[in-house]
Ligand binder design. Structure first.
Ligand code: F6R
Length: 605
């Protein structure tokens, strides 16, 4: 979704804003805009909007032309209106005195445009612009600066009370020595500095400047100045705790890799180690959950949904606790009967709108809720009764990779935790778990070159299928999602036994099939399926274990992963498929960290 940043302090705002925007460009990148208020009494607005990347903007904007110590910036993921300069933020009222940057969706913008704002001149197709016009309409003239601050805050509040939808906004007004921020169903944080403060849609935007973070809560409205932060909710002042965030700027940099995605795939072993370390102790597995779940419902979207599907197999296999997995966006509008289930929201960002809605629905039904997320303090953790953190570290690539692996690790832990097995058996299982980082590392070290070669081959095709069975079916789905989102090859994941029920009609020599062929109890069935696929002329690339020589008889190409028990095979298979997607996209010259039309965290329904 869109990324927003605001700065108020004593330093020049422009370089700080551009640097921050570049760090959160993964939130959306179809256009961008900056505003710097000059330091004159009138606080003239200097504005630049562009369809270029932030890097280009950095090169093109002369800092001397945009001087001032208060400013805002925005990087856009289009919802209302095509990517165009007129739709880039900030947006203004008719007189150009109030400026707004916004992430979210104002659902009743059309009604406002045609109703109370019908006499305003709109310059964009966005929903956001109504916020600037409406705030201006609510302002009452005043001469004192103090009076102005109060008026502006009250005007923003009055405006927000008429909006329907979601927003994280920063409002600035000519001549005002601060910024007004507010959030509803979209994340917004304040970075606390020394005689300067920052407002941003997410933490990486400000990490270079500060790791002291305040997370705004739903309905908060804040007036942020260089040496004060005032927050109110429901007309009363509130105190929000400051947290020290452990991420460093190094986490937010590529560290010598060409893309964040490749760096993050190479961090998969570390994500596994860190996640395990967080929850293993002398006593066994300590998830901090008081949990006696007899049934679990998992809600999630996208990659997290596939992780949850994998989690279902793991937990049912290890603990024999039934797990149901639902797409959050479907669950929210279904008549699903929620009884005594424990509801787990799987969301690496903790901000996905559909998943948050699902959590709220579960709470309304009185279910116990748990957020499984990578982001401390994210909205999901504040809605749910409990939180379990995956410890993947900061993930910047739009395509989730190491966070997916860390989610899988949590499900193994959860499965063992719920299994309540005797200590000696648990210890054996934990030893298996401790081998997982090594399995991931072996794929990176030993198979990287071969995977690049196979990617060169795959990159020539327009369509592909991924198939797997059992615990590796969700891994096939994940492999297909990753390939399509970054290489733009049309890819579909299927249960290996399902292709014959329709998709076979699409198989030709131009439709490669990537088959996960882990030697588990379904191996022979998968071999049968592969033979059927080959009989239709489609080339097959197998993901097969080292030492499985038989597989060579059935397929055209092989990617090798280390030997492991079937239940742990998703780890190595995932690393292989993440690399395959990466190198295929690279071969095709795609914008890997900024795939077309996507954004890292989807904060609209
Ligand atoms: C794909 C991807 C998305 C996310 C989905 C949910 O690579 O990253 O499919 O998995 O948008 O995001 P979270 O986990 O933040 O709720």
């Amino acid at each position: 979704m869109c990324g927003i940043i605001g700065y108020v302090g004593e330093r020049e705002a422009l370089p700080i804003i551009l640097d921050s925007l570049q760090r959160i460009e993964y939130r959306g990148y179809d256009s961008c805009g900056i505003l710097v208020q000059d330091n004159s009494a009138d606080g003239k607005f200097q504005v630049h909007k562009s369809l270029k990347s932030i890097a280009q903007l950095k090169n093109n904007l002369a800092e001397s032309e945009y001087t001032g110590t208060i400013g805002v910036g925005h990087t856009r993921w289009a919802t209302h209106g095509v990517p165009a300069r007129r739709n880039a933020h900030p947006h203004f009222d008719c007189e150009g005195e109030i400026a707004v940057v916004h992430n979210g969706i104002i659902e009743n913008f059309q009604a406002l445009k045609e109703g109370p704002l019908s006499n305003c001149r709109f310059k964009s197709d966005t929903d956001t612009e109504v916020i600037a016009h409406l705030t201006k309409k609510k302002m009452i003239k005043t001469d004192s600066l103090e009076g102005f601050e109060l008026q502006l805050k009250e005007a923003v509040k009055a405006c927000l009370s008429e909006l329907m939808g979601s927003y994280a906004i920063i409002v600035t007004a000519k001549g005002f020595d601060g910024l007004v921020a507010a959030r509803q169903d979209s994340p917004l944080i304040i970075g606390v500095g020394d005689r300067e403060n920052f407002i941003a849609s997410d933490v990486p935007a400000v990490l270079e400047q500060t790791n002291r973070i305040i997370y705004l809560e739903e309905g908060d409205i804040a007036v942020v100045k260089k040496d004060s932060i005032y927050i109110e909710n429901n007309d009363s002042e509130v105190k929000r705790n400051e947290r020290l965030i452990p991420w460093t700027t190094e986490d937010a940099e590529k560290g010598g890799y060409e893309h964040f995605m490749l760096k993050e795939i190479h961090e998969e072993p570390k994500a596994i180690i860190d996640t395990l370390r967080g929850y293993l102790s002398e006593e066994g597995i300590c998830l901090g959950l008081e949990c006696d779940a007899r049934r679990i419902l998992m809600v999630a979207c996208g990659t997290s949904y596939y992780a949850a599907l994998c989690g279902k197999y793991m937990i049912e296999h290890l603990a024999k606790v039934p797990v149901q997995v639902e797409l959050a966006s479907e669950f929210n509008y279904s008549d699903f009967v929620l009884d005594d289930m424990m509801v787990m929201a799987i969301t690496q960002s903790g901000e996905t709108a559909d998943t948050l809605m699902a959590l709220k629905k579960a709470k309304r039904f009185g279910c116990k809720t748990v957020a499984i997320t990578n982001v401390v303090g994210s909205t999901a953790t504040r809605i749910a009764d409990d939180a379990i953190y995956i410890r993947a570290g900061l993930e910047i690539g739009v395509a989730a990779t190491k966070s997916f692996i860390a989610q899988l690790v949590i499900f193994y832990l959860l499965g063992l935790f719920l299994a309540k097995m005797p200590k000696h058996r648990l210890e054996e299982r934990i030893s298996d778990l401790e081998l997982m980082p090594l399995l991931a590392q072996v794929v990176l070290d030993e198979e990287g070159e071969n995977i690049q070669k196979q990617a060169g081959y795959l990159s020539n095709y327009a369509n592909a299928f991924f198939v797997g069975r059992g615990v590796n079916l969700p891994i096939a789905l994940e492999g297909a999602l990753k390939l399509k989102e970054i290489s733009y090859i049309h890819a579909e994941g299927y249960a290996a036994g399902e292709l014959k029920h329709g998709p076979f009609a699409l198989l030709t020599e131009d439709t490669p099939v990537i088959a996960i062929m882990t030697p588990d109890s379904t191996y022979d069935k998968t071999v049968g399926n592969v033979k059927e696929i080959k009989a239709r002329g489609a080339p097959v690339i197998a993901i097969a274990e080292q030492g499985d020589e038989e597989v060579e008889k059935y397929v055209d190409r092989v990617i090798r992963v280390p030997k492991t028990g079937a239940i742990f095979s998703p780890i190595a298979n995932t690393v292989a498929l993440h690399l395959l997607a990466y190198w295929t996209a690279k071969e095709r010259g795609c914008e890997i960290d900024k795939p077309r039309n996507l954004a890292k965290s989807v904060t609209v329904e």
